[in-house]
Design a binder for this molecule. Structure first.
Ligand SMILES: [Zn+2]
Length: 286
């Protein structure tokens, strides 16, 4: 005994459309809403809006700022232009200093494209004098030099300045420790050695153990250590130029380049990649 097999529903019935009459041309098939929703083309960008994020340099500036805001620092973003006097003269740079004569852009007489964040120190002192000051300066800086894997004509610097009674080198060490511990961990080895900045006396440079090797690589030139910051005691001449009475208060300053820190923290081989705005690169930083 045989039983009649049920007929499968035709395409028209499945899509809710009536079946064509005999001799009538079959209409073009269109996907049902369910089928259309299930389609996936892996070559297309993700559906929906893409979530933005701060540029890695901005994110690091925020992170370093957070470290010092806890210590009572005010964060100050500096403009791109600066008076030549604040950028060089009042900080003790001689007229023939190579940074001034060869590496600085002068868009107008007496005006420079800021070549370092330290030029904002005078503004902080003028606003705070004769009282104490504690500020963190964030600046986009420019120097007239060719870009390389290690440096670019545009870069970002952070400078800190503190003015108050009874400051000393242990306070400077503590400020450097805050930077190293916050970015590389509290146990990361660090060393302070003498350095030279025209506005510091004495001046120091901060070295840390090379984050990219154990016993020497190209990044550290085989030394196992890399310099990440500089600082020192502000000269009395700088404090006086900022409006303070000589010998009344003491000042400290310290500074670092954020692109250099990013290079070390993330092992970036070519620092220029931070400027090309390729989202495939920039989205790798968190
Ligand atoms: Zn190394």
């Amino acid at each position: 005994m045989t039983t009649a097999r049920p007929r499968p529903p035709c395409a028209g019935a499945a899509s809710g459309r009536p079946a064509p009459a005999p001799g009538q041309q079959t209409p073009a098939l269109r996907p049902t809403p369910e089928v259309a929703a299930a389609r996936c083309d892996p070559g297309l960008p993700p559906a929906g809006p893409r979530i933005g994020r701060p540029h890695p340099v901005s994110a690091l500036a925020d992170r370093v700022s957070d470290l010092y805001v806890r210590l009572g620092f005010d964060v100050v973003r500096l403009p791109l232009l600066e008076h030549e006097e604040d950028n060089f003269d009042l900080l003790g740079y001689p007229p023939d200093h190579p940074t001034r004569t060869r590496l600085t852009f002068f868009p107008a007489p007496g005006i420079v494209l800021r070549s370092h964040a330290s030029s904002g120190i005078l503004g902080v002192l003028r606003r705070a004098a004769p009282g104490p000051a504690r500020a963190l300066l964030v600046a986009t800086c420019f120097r007239n030099e060719l870009a390389s894997p290690y440096s670019t004509p545009q870069f970002t610097q952070i400078d800190g300045v503190v003015v108050q009674p009874d400051l000393g080198l242990p306070d400077l060490v503590g400020l450097f420790d805050t930077l190293v511990a916050g970015l590389f961990g509290p146990e990361h080895p660090r060393w302070l050695r003498r350095g030279r900045q025209p506005y510091n006396a004495p001046g120091f440079a901060l070295d840390i153990a090379c984050p990219r090797c154990a016993d020497g690589c190209d990044e550290c030139s085989g030394r196992g250590r890399v310099e990440i910051a500089a600082g020192g005691v502000l000269r009395d001449e700088v404090l006086t130029a900022g409006g303070y009475r000589a010998g009344h208060l003491m000042g400290l300053s310290f500074g670092c380049s954020l692109e250099r820190l990013l290079r070390l923290r993330h092992g970036i081989d070519d620092i220029r990649e931070l400027l090309v705005n390729d989202t495939r690169v920039l989205e790798q930083f968190d």
